[in-house]
Ligand binder design. Structure first.
Ligand code: CMP
Length: 143
């Protein structure tokens, strides 16, 4: 299977609830490797740019407010089938619909405050990684 990279965010509610370690443990136990990470406070421009595809959605304004409400932890994950694997670990966007044992089923409080973000395709992963990280900031496992 192909080694892929994906982009992940522990969102402000996840950081507030002290869940960074719990989320990272799930990544690592599933065979995903954190190859770069950083904590940051998103600016309004950053959040609006990152979620630009949702600009016309009714929840966009609230989404930007929530994503700028506190620091986030951003990371690049690498491993076999990383995009799909991370989405499986996260569970459905709406925690009420997320499968038991997923991050969102276990920790999220609503469809908006859903603890984590993960890229939905390899193509978007490349775009999202480049939005936040320089290639020189990534540390793949030495082979
Ligand atoms: P994420 O996977 O980061 O992608 C877009 C985000 O918008 C999503 O997680 C939620 O935080 C939020 N979101 C998606 N759908 C809704 C909705 N129906 N109402 C409110 N927020 C939403």
């Amino acid at each position: 299977m192909a080694i892929e990279r994906t982009f992940s965010i522990v969102k402000p509610d996840g950081v507030r609830k002290n869940l960074i370690g719990a989320v990272y443990q799930r990544f690592e136990q599933a065979g995903l490797r954190v190859i770069s990470a950083r904590m940051l406070q998103l600016s309004q421009a950053h959040a609006e740019g990152f979620y630009g595809v949702h600009r016309e959605r009714p929840f966009f304004k609230d989404l930007v407010k929530y994503m700028t409400s506190g620091p986030v932890m951003i990371q690049v994950l690498e491993g076999e089938n990383a995009v799909a694997k991370n989405r499986e670990l996260m569970g459905a966007t709406d925690p009420k619909k997320a499968a038991a044992g997923t991050i969102r089923a276990d920790f999220a409080s609503s469809i908006e405050e859903n603890v984590v973000h993960g890229s939905d395709s390899a193509e978007n992963a490349a775009i999202e990684i480049a939005f936040f990280f320089a290639g020189s900031d990534l540390y793949p496992r030495a082979s």
